[in-house]
Design a protein around this ligand. Structure first.
Ligand code: PLP
Length: 391
């Protein structure tokens, strides 16, 4: 069979770091071991029943068997505006300030292609969600990293960014509640972000994927709640985490109309919009009572408490995440790297942890654990780690 060469563009895309981890895990599973996988970010709970029922009904509508309107259904854009007003007191114009996305990932990858020319600079958090890098590379733009360090509550310190980098930057990714650190943002930080972005003509792209998941009675805040935020950027929201709809592929961007128009324009060329039945179920999810979201948040909080308690009991000095469904834990000093520790955990305890360096250089020294399995399994993981006498 003839093999056709891949384009230069494909060859320059960042390597999928976690594919390597998946291969290692599969090998251990094939050997018959009972593996506790805390390495991934796939929500384990099903989509709430009322949303599935809305979908089942919508599938029957013959109107939805035709092409969807190019830029998405008006009723979903209106539901999004209602949701933002109700949840965050943010006013959104459904006609100009909403873009429907095939999941948050699609929008995050599209944004650099919408705003940047080859060689343009975008500021990216380190550690951070690796899909940001893919979009930047597809746009042939240049990433400059913003370190997220514990000393600064895993928020970027804009004063420490080199002046020439700031002068060149055209856009910036932010993500709170944060993957992988579990940190949340304060309104002061978002205010500072708006000032910094306005002064330096930077478009802020806030990834609010974990917007529904905040602990200790503190609800995560939307970037758009900040005065002036809409002038300086957009927020990307997904149904994947809030409503356990990761497989449905639906999300949206809201905010600055010029950026929304750019996203819609790119999507006009690439797709027809999401299946309308999914859009109807998504609108239903936003407009229904949010009891299922509160219950999900309580489930993750309870798991977080169990995990943190169990790890502290065995002597691992860990900090509890404030939001997201991830815990970001320090690697014990005896290990040379996150990778070495994660390999050791997999081989000796059959517990999968994502090594922090997979999220960027500043992730070295940490591992990321997902709260995506039952409390019993989290306790079992701690028990297995205890037996290794590391702490
Ligand atoms: C930080 C962050 N942003 C965005 C996404 C994308 O989610 P989706 O494409 O399912 O909307 C994820 C998913 O894991 C994520 O962790």
């Amino acid at each position: 069979m003839k093999t056709f060469e891949q384009s230069h563009l494909l060859n320059t895309l960042p390597k999928q770091f976690f594919a390597n981890l998946v291969a290692k895990v599969n090998k251990i599973v094939e050997q018959g071991y009972d593996v506790i996988n805390l390495g991934q970010g796939n929500p384990d709970q099903p989509t709430p029943k009322h949303i599935i029922e809305a979908m089942q009904k919508a599938v029957e509508n013959p109107e939805y068997h035709k092409y969807s309107p190019f830029r998405g259904q008006q009723f979903l854009k209106e539901a999004i505006a209602t949701f933002y007003e109700r949840e965050y007191s943010v006013k959104i114009d459904p006609a100009k300030e909403v873009a429907i996305l095939f999941g948050g990932k699609a929008g995050l990858v599209e944004v650099p292609q919408c705003l940047l020319n080859p060689g343009d600079v975008i500021l990216v958090p380190d550690p951070g969600y690796p899909d940001y890098w893919s979009g930047v590379e597809l746009a042939r733009a240049k990433m400059e990293m913003m370190p997220l360090e514990r000393e600064n509550q895993f928020l970027p310190d804009y004063n420490r960014l080199p002046e020439d980098v700031v002068a060149k930057a055209k856009a910036m990714f932010l993500n709170y509640p944060n993957n992988p650190t579990g940190a949340t943002a304060t309104s002061e930080f978002f205010q500072e972000t708006v000032e910094f972005a306005t002064q330096n003509d930077i478009c802020v792209v806030h990834d609010f994927a974990y917007g529904a998941i905040g602990f200790d009675g503190k609800r995560p805040i939307s970037f758009l709640e900040t005065e002036g935020a809409k002038e300086t950027g957009i927020e990307i929201y997904t149904f994947s985490k809030t409503f356990n709809m990761a497989g449905w592929r639906i999300g949206f961007a809201v905010g600055n109309p010029s950026v929304i128009e750019a996203l819609n324009l790119l999507q006009d060329h690439m797709y027809v919009s999401v299946f309308s039945a999914i859009q109807e179920a998504a609108a239903h999810a936003l407009l229904s009572p949010q009891t299922c979201v509160e219950e999900l948040n309580a489930l993750y909080e309870s798991r977080r408490n169990v995990l943190i308690h169990a790890f502290r009991e065995i002597g691992w000095d860990v900090t509890a995440p404030a939001g997201s469904f991830f815990a970001w834990l320090p690697v014990p000093k005896e290990f040379a790297s996150s990778q070495a520790f994660s390999d050791y955990m997999l081989e000796k305890a059959h517990v999968v942890m994502a090594p922090g360096n997979g999220f960027g250089d500043y992730g070295e020294g940490y591992v990321r654990l997902g709260l995506l399995t039952s409390e019993e399994r989290l306790v079992e993981a701690a028990k297995r780690i205890k037996a290794l006498n590391l702490f």
